[in-house]
Ligand binder design. Structure first.
Ligand code: SAM
Ligand code: SF4
Length: 458
């Protein structure tokens, strides 16, 4: 039985896409391995959002060429965003590469890779000195309805949480972002198909689903009508809420555009919606938001958060912020810092602005040095971390409802769980009794970002 090794960089969408690919390989008779040394096919699912992510993927692929020495038949492939944006050019950068597959063609990866592998194994029997030139496949074409192909999950997992991709693409044109280029136009899946997928997951013991989209709250706006003043996204949330066995619903990432009162209200009557949103702010300066082509002002962003906290007083908010955007003055940066202090985010991903090909911001004149970006990054992180740790410390002694997700990665003798606010709580206890269950836990300790608790369950 051949083995496939899949390395994934980037966001949850990429993780989800990799899972779909893994499922197709297992259906085709492969075993998914965590050991690249025993792999017959090596796939790297790539991210292009920042240059660093591209460099990591290129570095990893470059280092894995050594496996060919012992296993000359190994098939190498790039998938995802960098594959989409660089296409053919990757074959020049990485001479041992066999396959490049874009973001609308994940469902073809198995066919391409397995075809080459079978070919090589057959040919090898006839001629051991064979060179493998001429096997290159590059498929980065658009494909209608490709959003409907990310729908299957790996069967043999006991994970009680799952990602569900409800749409693909993005119609915004944020001036720094490569995603509209790599993922194409916004395309939603039909509600009925998403609900069917969630039902299948529930029947396998999944308790929590996270609905994924680039601007998830705009789901279906071009395909499906509003009903009773409710957006297609809220209709979808209501439909998933009906599913027996699904106890928790999350979504990521929402955007201030189209974040209307029907969605705020949904948090008052859909108790399975978790009290957490990851709500990217990008900057606290109106001038920079405008230069970023983010169509909202800081005041609007703050207003939505206030409404969300009124709808759910225990709501946790996390965010993304870019520092060192071209033209960002010290005063603009202070606007961001002050908004972070005012809103007290539960956590924040801070990114140093990275110039991306074919984006307007990359051509802007007032680019910052890496030193300025790093300096702002550190100053903002210090504030973000102080707030996050203070909030975590305040939870000591409280009782929280957690979903136990499985053994902790750092210490497999302990168990991981998450609160509705998406905070990780480490527990001790019997996995057979706790994994996959929602129960109360008393928070006993906090070190930095990690909470520790005692399960309160019979
Ligand atoms: N669609 C989501 C939104 O607009 O809210 C964000 C998706 S994007 C893949 C994830 C995050 O990467 C963004 O929120 C942004 O902070 C960051 N990002 C995107 N392009 C970037 C760039 N050129 N440099 C640094 N960070 C970037
Ligand atoms: Fe990129 Fe902006 Fe679209 Fe988010 S909304 S994926 S940041 S273009």
């Amino acid at each position: 039985m051949p083995n496939v090794f899949i390395k994934t960089y980037g966001c949850q969408m990429n993780q989800r896409d990799s899972e779909q690919v893994a499922r197709m390989f297992t259906e085709g008779g492969y075993t998914v391995t965590n050991d690249e040394f025993e792999a017959d096919a090596i796939l790297v699912n790539t991210c292009s959002v920042r240059d660093q992510a591209e460099q990591k993927a290129l570095g990893k692929m470059g280092s894995m060429v050594r496996h060919r020495q012992k296993r000359p038949h190994v098939v190498y492939g790039f998938m995802g965003c960098m594959a989409q944006s660089r296409g053919q050019e990757l074959f020049q950068n990485v001479p041992h590469l066999d396959v490049v597959v874009g973001t609308q063609k994940y469902h073809k990866v198995f066919e391409y890779v397995d075809g080459i592998l079978q070919n090589r194994l057959e040919r090898r029997m006839d001629d051991l000195k064979l060179t493998y030139k001429g096997d290159h496949i590059c498929d980065v074409e658009e494909e209608k309805d490709s959003q409907n192909t990310i729908k299957d999950h790996v069967n043999n997992t006991t994970d009680p949480t799952a990602f569900v991709s409800i749409m693909q693409g993005c119609n915004m044109k944020c001036s720094y972002c490569i995603v509209p280029d790599t993922r194409g136009r916004e395309r939603g899946r039909p509600i009925a198909e998403i609900v069917e997928e969630c039902k299948t997951l529930a029947s396998r013991g999944v308790k929590e689903v996270t609905l994924l989209g680039q601007i998830v709250n705009l789901y279906g706006r071009t395909e499906f009508p509003k009903v009773d003043g409710k957006s297609p996204f809220v209709q979808l949330l209501e439909a998933v809420h009906e599913i027996e066995g699904i106890d928790r619903i999350r979504f990521t990432s929402p955007h201030p555009i189209g974040y209307r009162d029907d969605l705020v209200e949904a948090f008052t009557y859909l108790p399975k919606l978790c009290s957490h949103i990851h709500f990217p702010m990008q900057s606290g300066s109106d001038k920079i938001l405008k230069a970023m082509r983010r169509p909202y002002k800081n005041e609007k962003f703050v207003e939505i958060i206030k409404k969300m906290k009124a709808a759910r007083p225990d709501m946790a908010i996390t965010t993304d912020i870019i520092v060192g955007f071209p033209g960002e003055t010290e005063e603009d940066f202070m606007d961001t810092l002050n908004t972070v202090k005012e809103l007290e985010f539960d956590n924040c991903f801070v990114f140093r602005y990275s110039q991306r090909r074919n984006t307007p911001a990359a051509e802007m004149l007032e680019q910052h040095t890496e030193k300025t970006k790093e300096d702002r990054n550190q100053r903002l992180l210090a504030v973000v971390n102080e707030i996050a740790q203070r909030k975590n410390h305040a939870l000591i002694g409280t009782v929280q409802e957690v979903l136990c997700t499985g053994p902790s990665k750092n210490n497999p003798n302990t168990l991981n769980s998450r609160t509705p606010q998406n905070k990780i709580v480490i527990l001790e206890g019997n996995p057979d009794r706790l994994v996959g269950k929602v129960f109360k836990a008393k928070i006993t300790e906090c070190t930095g970002f990690t909470l520790y608790g005692t399960p309160l369950i019979d």
